[in-house]
Ligand binder design. Structure first.
Ligand code: PGA
Length: 251
């Protein structure tokens, strides 16, 4: 499939940031999303803000940053896919490197979460990415290939599977991978997806994440096989997020 057949997706990951007051940012984000008709936009605030965000987001899909693989039960502190859907979530991020590090999530757990989310009909963004040491050792492609092999479901129906490549050393650091490095990795990911899933692998959107901002968005979106961005810090205000949406529309 040609890159032009995949709509760009620009998703904001608020992480453990935001408040009811901060939802005022959503009005301008929604307006920019309406103007950028060729781009899909989404915002993933903390769990506690999802349902309020849905009422304020003017039709922009709202998502979560994690889910549990089980539907219900004795899992204190966890949130199921059904609960997310009841709150109005349309998508979920799973396997973010911060959760893989802080909550020791394994590929197998990420895969189980992705399976549950997809079965529930959610757009499911599965994150992968290498550490700085792994890149310096020249192991980045191998590491990401192993994460993909372990974290993605074998088959799915219901929701849409999306992959986000987020080099850990680029997250929240202001350092971005060069367009050359991004092209290299996104080609490797595309090859792995088509080898495993055939035509369906050509339809999976591959997002780049890691210090995406207004200044670098256009050059990243111009890279082959970059089908959008997962944006952390720069998604917290409309002033920073809207130019990224606009860059995707111009790409
Ligand atoms: P960042 O975060 O844009 O703040 O680097 C991206 C992410 O972790 O999803």
């Amino acid at each position: 499939m040609n890159v032009h057949d995949r709509r760009k997706l620009v998703a904001g990951n608020w992480k453990m940031n935001g408040s009811l007051a901060q939802l005022k940012e959503l009005a301008a984000i929604a307006e920019a999303a309406r103007a950028a008709a060729s781009v899909d936009v989404a915002v993933c605030p903390p769990f506690t803000l999802i349902s309020a965000a849905v009422t304020r987001a003017g039709g922009v899909p709202v998502g979560a940053q994690d889910c549990h693989a089980r539907g219900s039960g004795a899992h204190t502190g966890c949130v199921s896919v059904a609960m997310l859907k009841e709150a109005g979530a349309k998508l979920v991020i799973v396997g973010h490197s911060e959760r893989r590090a802080d909550q020791h999530e394994t590929d197998a757990e990420v895969r189980a979460k992705a399976e549950a989310a997809l079965a529930g009909g959610l757009t499911t963004i599965v994150c992968v990415g290498e550490s700085e040491a792994e890149r310096e050792a020249g192991r980045h492609v191998e590491v990401v290939a192993a994460q993909l092999a372990g974290s993605l479901p074998d088959h799915w129906s219901g929701g849409e599977l999306v992959v986000a490549y987020e080099p850990i050393w680029a997250i929240g650091t202001g350092r971005t991978a060069t367009p050359y490095d991004v092209a290299d990795m996104h080609h490797a990911i595309r090859a792995a997806l088509t080898a495993r899933f055939g035509d369906a692998g050509g339809r999976i959107r591959i997002l780049y994440g890691g210090s995406v901002k207004a200044e670098n968005a256009a050059e990243l979106f111009a890279v082959d096989d970059v089908d959008g961005a997962l944006v952390g810090g720069a998604s917290l205000t409309a002033a920073q997020f809207v130019p990224i949406i606009q860059a995707a529309a111009g790409a």
